[in-house]
Design a binder for this molecule. Structure first.
Ligand code: ADP
Length: 442
């Protein structure tokens, strides 16, 4: 009961109840006039009418006040959630007038929301030192390094922005805001400050780089010594031992070399040298060099050539041959006895790219593991069961090399039926990114 009266007194004080209180004195006066000037029966009837009318008005007003209060509470809750989010949130209308600027945004940009909200932004604002960073986030084409994580034109757009002096790494997701009729109201940006994560990754990479560099020299010496030993005439038992040691040292050397490549990629120092080459001839040479290895596994390789005699693309041939040898190695290793591999090359329709596919008849990849395939150290469960070899770094390196060439890489696979790895390369050198960028895990 106490709570009921508390609620009533709360509603009674709401602005929506003002109309009711305004009319109440008039009703009382009207009632008094009735009492003095009308016969008793009419006083009684009008009293009942007044009471019913008053009750209807009161109930309606209370209901209205209640729903309004709920809307207000929800709005305030939403406001406070947005305000207290750990990621920065900025919303602006189509004229770039800022509507929301939360606390995390204040910290990232070192600006107070009172100074930003209701202000119009344009690229010229980048000239003001204090507003430079925020303007570059609102107009990402002004930022020094932009890495697109989502396809252009598709919302939400996700991009990574890097800034020097001060060094800041941001991931920005931009989405459109529509009203219930589908009219564009503006845009919202969620800004995740990943400076610390990138720094951590950098120091981890540095450590791996230094460690693998230190390991490589003695390992190469060891490998070379074992190779020389293997060439000498040895007793059968010693030969087996040397063979085993040689195979172990070449696996170790491969792991160390892969780790060194990963650390160079992540430091942005893999070093690419682009040249124009005929991709058809390039693939033919690669097939020739890997034929013996495929034969050992009883796997046949076919090349479905395009109609054109020659297709010139701008590539780093040494890096691209790493991609081919990794994809072909996998297609051989994870194939079945007497399996086959088909390499196809074609120009993509209506876009200035070529598409290369490598199809095998192997063990396939479990569908729930597709998204982890191009991440570091990942090996699918089905493969781990049949082969203990492999670093899980090859596809990660391949993805970075293809992205650096301005292409995309993806896979289609059916368990126990085979896999097809696809990648594209641009025909137009202008589509190759200007700088070396890492497509890592964060
Ligand atoms: P590695 O082959 O050294 O394990 P990769 O990065 O080259 O590392 O490949 C990662 C994982 O992807 C493999 O361990 C395997 O599970 C899966 N994979 C790659 N290519 C194929 C393929 N052609 N067929 C089946 N699984 C594959």
């Amino acid at each position: 009961m106490k709570r009921f009266f508390q609620k009533i007194s709360l509603y009674a004080r709401l602005p929506e109840m003002r109309l009711f209180w305004f009319f109440l004195p008039f009703l009382v006066i009207l009632l008094a006039i009735n009492i003095f000037y009308l016969p008793q029966i009419w006083v009684f009837i009008s009293l009942i009418i007044f009471l019913v009318l008053g009750a209807i008005i009161l109930v309606n007003n209370l209901r209205f006040a209640h729903s309004n209060m709920e809307i207000k509470i929800e709005r305030n809750q939403l406001k406070s959630i947005i305000f207290n989010l750990s990621d920065g949130v900025i919303a602006y209308d189509p004229n770039f007038k800022i509507l929301i600027f939360n606390r995390a945004a204040e910290e990232i940009f070192n600006l107070k929301s009172e100074k930003i909200i209701n202000n119009y932004f344009s690229p010229e604002k980048a000239q003001e030192t204090s507003l430079k960073l925020l303007t570059q986030v609102i107009f990402p084409s002004l930022a020094p390094v932009v890495v697109r994580q989502s396809s252009p034109g598709i919302y939400p757009q996700i991009i990574d922005l890097s800034f020097d002096e001060p060094g800041i790494e941001l991931r920005v997701s931009t989405d459109k805001i529509f009203d219930s009729h589908g009219q564009l109201l503006g845009f919202v940006k969620i800004i995740h400050d990943r400076t610390r994560e990138v720094e951590l990754l950098r120091s981890k990479t540095e450590f791996i780089g230094v460690a693998s560099h230190q390991l490589r020299t003695p390992l190469t010496g060891l490998h070379w010594a074992l190779e020389s030993l293997n060439k000498q005439s040895l007793e059968d038992s010693s030969k087996d031992l040397v063979d085993m040691a040689l195979s172990a040292s070449s696996k170790l050397l491969k792991t160390v070399n892969d780790l060194l490549d990963v650390s160079k990629i992540e430091e942005g120092k893999f070093g690419y040298k682009f040249e124009n080459i005929d991709i058809i001839k390039f693939i033919e040479d690669i097939i020739e060099s890997i034929k013996d290895f495929a034969r050992q596994f009883g796997v046949k390789i076919y090349f479905q050539k395009p109609e054109e005699q020659q297709i010139i693309v701008s590539i780093d041939s040494q890096k691209l041959s790493m991609v081919f040898s990794n994809l072909l190695d996998n297609a051989i290793k994870y194939n079945v006895q007497n399996g086959q591999i088909i390499i196809s090359l074609e120009k993509t329709k209506e876009q200035p790219y070529i598409q290369i596919s490598i199809k095998d008849t192997g063990v396939g990849i479990p569908p729930d593991q597709f998204d982890k395939l191009f991440t570091k150290f990942f090996r699918a469960e089905n493969v781990e069961r049949i082969s203990t070899e492999g670093t899980g770094l090859g596809l990660y390196i391949a993805k970075n090399i293809i992205k650096r060439h301005g292409g995309e890489i993806w896979v289609e696979s059916e368990l126990n039926r085979g896999s097809v790895f696809y990648f594209t390369l641009p025909l137009d050198p202008n589509l190759i990114p200007a700088k070396e960028i890492t497509y890592g895990e964060i």
